[in-house]
Design a binder for this molecule. Structure first.
Ligand code: ZN
Length: 437
């Protein structure tokens, strides 16, 4: 079966259940930029798609960065003077400032407050906070609870460790027919937050599993990496592979109900920008295109000037633009199975367009060739899509001058890429068209 038929035969109901089940399993794990939470996450993902798991030792250099000490945590809580645990890591791992150093001591309320993080304008939610590069300890709690704290002595306990270890990341590679590569990257360092980024992780894993069944033209490389330090580490160790990257996408925030946002690659004329815009225009009613900016997720690293790779970013509502972002409200209720499946299908259509794009040459370019005698033109047209298909034949013939790809033709004609492709196949069979590459 070809790529498009495989997408069309995707069992949406079953896929929705499976993606959601994966997110439910990953949700409770306390992830960070290093540590056992990452290993456990990658081990579960390996059940969906076989990952190569890499470990890079603490202290190793990655361009301007150093791989930090590994962080692990077993338990944490705050007890009041009656000995009651008022905050428990076991309720949600968001309660602990991610990368907190170990602590076990009695503190006054004033001292405790220096280590507490809350959201005064969202008083019922617990924030997600990190301190990767400055040694600190802390707790996150709802502002409602914070306001009720009595002036007494508290015991704070964080059973964590920071020491020599490694940074863990996962990689999946499908070898294609050509040396050109598609790079897909998603961040895996956030703890119990669903949209950011179990959604991106799950969509990437299911897309990778889908590709396993096919023999693609391009090679596809999927990176499951902790944000920032992960791609910098990978880039610094794989510079020989970068010249092969033809298309790249950073995936994140793909399970909320907001519209799709595609952020362009730093290279404004990179083909990835045209591919994604084309698929969004044809498959999705409402979406938004954003220009590149050096703020956001790991596109910042792939699109840094020393690499300047053709990598864009696909999300639904962007980072920081929904109230639940980086809070306990980014939970299992916030992400929707339908939206996750829609994101997966969109991604697969993007892959399909990359795989099937080509430049062709009209072999009878002097005047229109007679389509009727070749059975390509119907004298009486019926449904609208037949009309569109016949328009597609005319567009493909007219623009197949060696200067326009099928993607260009789809854009120019405002006709879905798959219909343009279907027309090109029919014209090739009728010996009116030749593929150039
Ligand atoms: Zn985030």
């Amino acid at each position: 079966m070809d790529f498009l038929s495989e997408i069309q035969s995707l069992d949406r109901g079953q896929t929705k259940k499976e993606i959601f089940r994966l997110i439910e399993r990953l949700y409770p794990i306390c992830r960070s930029i290093t540590g056992n939470g990452l290993r456990e996450t990658l081990s579960i993902l390996s059940e969906v798609v076989p990952l190569a798991i890499h470990e890079v030792r603490s202290g190793e250099q990655a361009n301007d960065w150093t791989v930090p000490p590994e962080w692990n945590i077993k338990d944490a809580w705050i007890k009041n003077s009656k000995g009651e645990k008022i905050v428990r890591f076991s309720d949600t791992n968001l309660h602990v400032l991610n990368y907190s150093e170990p602590v076990n001591k009695k503190v006054s309320l004033a001292e405790l407050k220096k280590h507490l993080f809350t959201l005064p304008d969202k008083p019922g939610w617990v924030p997600y906070r990190t301190s990767y590069h400055n040694r600190n300890w802390g707790f996150c709690m709802s502002h409602k609870q914070f306001e009720q704290l009595e002036d007494e002595t508290y015991q704070v306990f964080i059973n964590s460790s920071l020491g020599p270890g490694s940074l863990t990341y996962g990689e999946f590679f499908v070898k294609g027919e050509t040396g050109d590569e598609v790079l897909i990257s998603t961040h895996i360092c956030h703890p119990s937050l669903c949209n950011d980024n179990l959604s991106g992780i799950a969509v990437a894993a299911f897309a990778a599993a889908f590709l396993q069944k096919l023999k693609p033209k391009y090679s596809f490389r999927f990176l499951f990496v902790p944000a920032t330090i992960g791609p910098i580490t990978w880039l610094s160790r794989n510079e020989d592979k970068l010249k092969n990257i033809k298309y790249g996408l950073v995936l994140a925030l793909l399970g909320d109900t907001g519209k799709f946002h595609y952020k362009k690659s730093r290279q404004a004329d990179a083909e990835i920008n045209f591919v994604v815009e084309n698929v969004l225009r044809n498959k999705i009613a409402d979406y938004k295109i954003l220009n590149f900016s050096p703020y956001g997720y790991d596109e910042r690293q792939y699109c840094s000037p020393g690499y300047n790779l053709p990598v864009g970013r696909l999300t639904r509502t962007p980072n920081g633009e929904y109230p639940e972002y980086h809070t306990s409200a980014d939970n299992l209720d916030f992400v929707k199975g339908d939206k996750l499946v829609e994101s997966l299908e969109l991604l697969l259509h993007i892959f399909n367009t990359m795989e099937n794009n080509a430049s062709c040459l009209n072999l009878k370019p002097k005047g229109e060739p007679q389509l009727g005698k070749r059975g390509l033109f119907r004298s009486i047209s019926g449904q609208g899509d037949v009309q569109e298909y016949q328009m597609a034949l005319l567009w493909v013939l007219n623009l197949s001058d060696g200067e326009h790809s099928l993607l260009d033709i789809s854009n120019e004609a405002a006709i879905d890429f798959s219909i343009i492709k279907q027309a090109a196949i029919a014209l090739e069979k009728a010996k009116l068209l030749k593929q150039l590459d």
